[in-house]
Design a protein around this ligand. Structure first.
Ligand code: ADP
Ligand code: MG
Length: 452
């Protein structure tokens, strides 16, 4: 995406803006000069025109290969961009594993591939243009021989031949520019296609129905797969207002996917997700994502202040702000930071600890007063005492809370625990119930959850 924006778009606009003004002037010049040549001698003009199709032929013959080479060059360019981006973002991991050389070599090979592809592409363009110059080179020989014959026959005068000959070269410049335009157009088409692909990406579709309050959520026989790998296979789940639900399951069992579906990051393959009895696709996306808010494990923090990261440009009263801060237990650490809420968090929040980042993400969600708050391993970096405090604060808000967590102390407190396995809900109930009746729940506790 970044390569397309930062490299393809300038590339495309440059070639168009260079070519378009030139092309119309040269077409005009071509018409005028052709008129003059015909006026001087139509027989010789015919000879000159007869060589022009060669330009077309050469362009048409080579354009398929040219498009292929241009596409390859763009792809290799993307690879270089991607490599640079990853080495910058992954610096810490690269250094920690002493892998600088490995990544430098990889980047070198991407750059080499790109240079090779770029050279091939440019050489090919050059050889087409050389071929055209070659045709242009033989044309005067034909004109002079045929013209000499016409002079001897008395059809034209020597003066006309000399005039024609010196004027003839004028026609080749516009022809060269026009053919060059078509050649570079061939290279530009793949670039254009890459840009077009972004434009043609399917946009999110929003329903029109307004959503005032989420009273209940129901997953009804939901099927979902990523790239035809089934993840959810007939999932049924009802969530009522003000409930505290915990979802547990082995890692990779589809817990996050369940959440992504209700947020409409993806649409279900089969079945339905209903809010207040109506399919979620009918609701305005804006409303849906305002009333149901999820905090992910590594929610994105922008390189702005803590306050700005929470507000995200929206107006909230100071009271609402302080309230959200308290719920998320940010007030516990804010004094340790130099500038309090105006402290800049750094790119992706690098200047904060994981637990601090997560608490900012929670405050960002809480301040918006959702009806349903979903915490998807959003407290994994927070110590269990603070986590317990946050959950206690959330309970006082009278909203539905869905928690995905690996901490038993957290899960235990839920009104209802949902056990996810092989794309379905296999057990549900409170902790004691499940301990008695659900083998999988016992397995999970024994093998996976960190008991605190
Ligand atoms: N965007 C994606 N594309 C393809 N596969 C994915 C994607 N996201 C998750 N998966 C796969 O779907 C399965 C369930 O993932 P997830 O819902 O994140 O599990 P959990 O949150 O329970 O650990 C995993 O096997 C994972 O590899
Ligand atoms: Mg997950």
């Amino acid at each position: 995406m970044i390569a397309r924006v930062s490299s393809d778009i300038p590339n495309f606009s440059e070639s168009l803006s260079a070519a378009i003004p030139g092309i119309s002037l040269n077409i005009m010049a071509l018409i005028i000069f052709s008129g003059v040549l015909i006026y001087l001698s139509w027989q010789l003009a015919l000879v000159v025109f007869a060589t022009l199709p060669f330009y077309n032929i050469s362009i048409n013959t080579f354009n398929k290969k040219l498009k292929k080479l241009s596409k390859l060059e763009r792809e290799k360019n993307s690879k270089v961009m991607e490599g640079i981006r990853e080495s910058i973002e992954g610096t810490l991991t690269i250094k920690r594993f002493n892998k600088s050389n490995y990544f430098i070599e990889a980047l070198k090979s991407y750059i080499n591939d790109w240079i090779k592809a770029s050279n091939k592409h440019n050489l090919f363009i050059q050889s087409i243009e050389d071929f055209i110059t070659f045709i242009r080179g033989i044309c005067p020989i034909i004109v002079l021989s045929f013209g000499g014959y016409l002079v001897m026959k008395g059809d034209i005068t020597l003066g006309t031949l000399i005039g024609f000959y010196s004027f003839m070269n004028w026609i080749y410049e516009p022809v060269r520019v026009i053919s060059h335009f078509f050649i570079s157009l061939q290279s530009t088409i793949p670039v254009f296609k890459r840009i077009k692909e972004i434009h043609e990406m399917e946009e999110e579709t929003s329903g029109l129905e307004l959503l005032n309050k989420v009273k209940n959520i129901e997953y009804r026989n939901v099927y979902f797969s990523y790239d035809s790998i089934p993840i959810l296979e007939g999932l049924n789940l009802k969530i009522r207002s003000n409930e505290r639900i915990a979802i547990v399951g082995e890692s990779g069992s589809g817990k996050t996917t369940v959440i992504k579906l209700v947020m409409r990051y993806f649409n279900v393959d089969k079945g339905n997700i209903l809010v207040n009895g109506k399919s979620i696709v009918e609701y305005s996306l804006h409303d849906l994502r305002r009333k149901i808010i999820v905090v992910h494990q590594n929610d994105f923090l922008f390189n702005m202040s803590i306050r700005e990261n929470i507000l995200l440009g929206e107006k909230f009263s100071e009271k609402e702000f302080t309230n959200a801060i308290k719920v998320a237990c940010i007030d516990k650490f804010i004094n340790e930071l130099g500038k309090g809420y105006d402290t800049i968090v750094g790119e992706r929040g690098t200047r904060l600890s994981d637990g601090q980042k997560q608490r900012i993400a929670i405050a960002r969600a809480v301040i918006r007063k959702p009806d349903v708050l979903i915490l998807d391993e959003a407290t994994s970096g927070i110590d269990s005492q603070t986590e317990a405090e946050i959950f206690k604060n959330l309970q006082n808000l009278n909203i539905t809370v869905i928690i995905i967590s690996h901490r038993l102390s957290t899960i235990k407190k839920a009104d209802r625990i949902i056990v996810l396995h092989k794309g379905r809900v296999i057990c549900e109930g409170n902790h004691e119930n499940l301990l008695k009746n659900c083998r999988k729940y016992n397995d999970i506790i024994r093998n996976q959850l960190i008991v605190v």
